[in-house]
Design a binder for this molecule. Structure first.
Ligand SMILES: NC(=O)c1ccc[n+]([C@@H]2O[C@H](COP(=O)([O-])OP(=O)(O)OC[C@H]3O[C@@H](n4cnc5c(N)ncnc54)[C@H](OP(=O)(O)O)[C@@H]3O)[C@@H](O)[C@H]2O)c1
Length: 283
């Protein structure tokens, strides 16, 4: 894989889109953004479109459907008509068809069902996403899963599920061995190539724990490269599990520039292998 095959996606789960931040992203070469139907209290698509203005056409947008409001609470659903409505609304609100629409944590709906029933339900939802691509409502479809283990079981319960073009799972040093294995295994189960595997949440949602900013991770990198601990952790997340695009949240332009620079860091892959062995070793 060429080094330039790694990319940063600016994620809006915890960060509000703003014109200045989007302009800055473009200025440092970030053209991917990640949002979802439920972000910014279910107004994230309109907020992104408003903040971006004409810049919207310069971004490759991934978004997610599958989490919906009902009264004062929210619920996960994979029902076809709800997905279709959400996809159509997404295109209206963004003003452009997103590049990729992902099913948002489908395991939340599926894990309460019998595996065979879950398989059929999941396959139906995947077909609806395929139809959305055929109808020109998005360029491709995929799956974003916070807890991938139940999904692998669901896939094994049948054989006729359409294959997503992209899988997005958690990545980075905050993952347990089980979480790392589950995300990686699902990618294999779906037979996805490296460029179809995306990561998210490289800091588990926050860098406020001083461990992120003070731990010396230089032994995981090739020598003589300038970096901060956060940059090293970010770069390592592309290997844990191996992925080519990483969705990260920041509202800070300097932080975004740092992340962008970090993708060029060279990793000591044998140190990463040792780390994997250590965390998977029986205790
Ligand atoms: N199931 C799903 O589909 C799902 C779930 C979670 C996340 N995601 C996606 O992944 C994206 C990122 O995940 P996340 O928001 O959970 O968290 P994250 O990216 O793991 O962490 C975000 C935190 O990292 C800090 N940070 C970023 N760059 C930094 C730097 N250079 N130096 C110091 N601190 C830095 C940010 O603070 P500052 O703002 O101060 O920089 C922010 O508090 C989301 O926006 C979303 O797109 C998807």
């Amino acid at each position: 894989m060429r080094r330039t095959d790694r990319s940063v996606a600016l994620g809006f789960h915890r960060t509000r889109p703003s014109h200045a931040l989007l302009e800055h992203a473009l200025s440092v070469g970030i053209t991917d953004v990640d949002t979802a139907f439920n972000y910014q209290a279910f107004d994230g698509h309109r907020e992104l479109a408003m903040a971006a203005g004409e810049l919207i056409h310069e971004f490759t947008i991934s978004t997610k459907v599958g989490y919906f409001p009902v009264g004062n609470s929210n619920y996960h659903s994979l029902r076809r008509w709800i997905l279709r409505q959400a996809i159509e609304q997404t295109v209206d609100d963004l003003g452009v068809p997103p590049a990729v629409i992902l099913l948002h944590n489908p395991e939340q709906t599926l894990k309460t069902l019998h595996p065979a029933q879950a398989h059929d339900h999941f396959a139906d939802a995947c077909e609806e996403l395929e139809r959305a691509v055929d109808a020109g409502l998005c360029g491709a479809w995929g799956v974003a899963s916070w807890d991938p283990a139940p999904l692998a079981k669901v896939l094994r319960a049948g054989s006729d599920c359409p294959t997503p073009s992209t899988l997005m799972v958690r990545a980075g040093l905050s993952l347990t061995a089980k979480q790392l294995d589950a995300g990686e295994s699902l990618g294999w189960e779906l037979n996805l190539d490296a460029d179809q595997r995306w990561g998210m949440s490289p800091f588990g949602g926050s860098t406020s724990n001083p461990t992120w900013t003070t731990t010396d991770l230089s032994s995981f990198l090739e020598p003589e490269q300038d970096h901060t601990p956060v940059q090293a952790a970010f770069r390592l997340a592309f290997e844990l599990p191996h992925c080519t695009r990483l969705a990260v949240g920041t509202g800070n332009e300097r932080h975004l520039s740092e992340l962008c620079a970090a993708i060029q860091l060279e990793v000591n892959l044998s140190a990463v292998d040792k780390y994997r062995e250590l965390i998977t070793a029986p205790g």
